[in-house]
Design a protein around this ligand. Structure first.
Ligand code: DXP
Ligand SMILES: NCC(=O)COP(=O)(O)O
Length: 237
């Protein structure tokens, strides 16, 4: 079985737009778990434009499945994760001003750095995952860092799938086979959606977890908007 961890960044984006507490991130995260999701993912960025560092502390108190915190392991982030102690940390090499994550780690160039950070998280009983492109030498490099898992960066797959290029999944299949041979657990995420998730799951062996946010929240708007408009019309009639 592949677990679904819902990324709630976009719920925080909506909340922050008005400066108040609507929608309430804690309530929505608890409801998301109640509806069956097996994890909650957050990606606090240094400017706190969506998830705030305080949200990580608050979520740790309410999440009963697994909390996965993603981010670039700058000191502020490492300190936060060590304080909160989520079940999983996912290291992502994103630039401070990145709109969203846009690359996987070069696990060869960053081997010593990753090894050091991963050792510290594992010493604190936090499972580690590192964001990587589906490139075999990067998977081999990941093994050298001692990480428990990798998260395959799926944006390219999603873009190509939309164009009808199904073969784009092949590099992910090969990466997953190699990771399994090396005894590394496999997660995946970025731009996965209701359109592409079944195919990806069928083609990529031993997929332990997917984290999905942007598409899932957008799909929720579409799949829920009819009910909400009808409720308004009923109250206004
Ligand atoms: C690590 C990753 O793949 C990202 O998708 C990220 O978690 C999303 O971050 P934003 O919500 O800031 O785009
Ligand atoms: N790790 C990927 C993630 O949490 C969500 O990415 P996206 O679905 O918002 O693209």
């Amino acid at each position: 079985m592949t677990k679904l961890s819902v990324n709630v960044n976009k719920i925080a984006t909506l909340r922050n737009a008005r400066g108040g507490d609507v929608p309430n991130l804690m309530k929505m995260s608890k409801d998301i778990e109640k509806f069956g999701a097996q994890g909650i993912t957050i990606h606090p960025r240094p400017d706190e434009r969506h998830i705030r560092y305080q949200d990580a502390h608050d979520l740790k108190r309410v999440v009963t499945t697994e909390l996965n915190i993603e981010g670039n392991p700058i000191k502020k982030f490492v300190d936060l994760v060590l304080e909160v102690k989520p079940e999983q940390v996912t290291l992502v090499p994103d630039a401070i001003d990145a709109i969203t994550s846009n690359a996987g780690w070069d696990t060869i160039k960053n081997k010593d750095f990753l090894k050091e950070v991963i050792t510290e998280f594992k010493r604190n009983n936090i499972r580690t995952s590192i964001f990587v492109d589906p490139v075999l030498k990067m998977i081999e490099g990941a093994k050298e860092t001692g990480t428990d898992r990798i998260e395959l960066y799926t944006e390219e797959f999603a873009t190509e799938y939309d164009k009808g290029n199904m073969a784009a999944v092949k590099s992910y299949t090969y990466a997953a086979v190699l990771a399994s041979d090396l005894d590394i657990g496999i997660n995946a995420g970025h731009d996965l959606s209701l359109k592409n998730i079944r195919f990806f799951k069928e083609e990529v062996p031993n997929l332990l977890e997917v984290s999905i946010g942007h598409a899932l929240i957008t799909e929720s708007l579409y799949m829920g908007i009819e009910t909400v408009i009808k409720s308004y019309l009923e109250k206004l009639s």
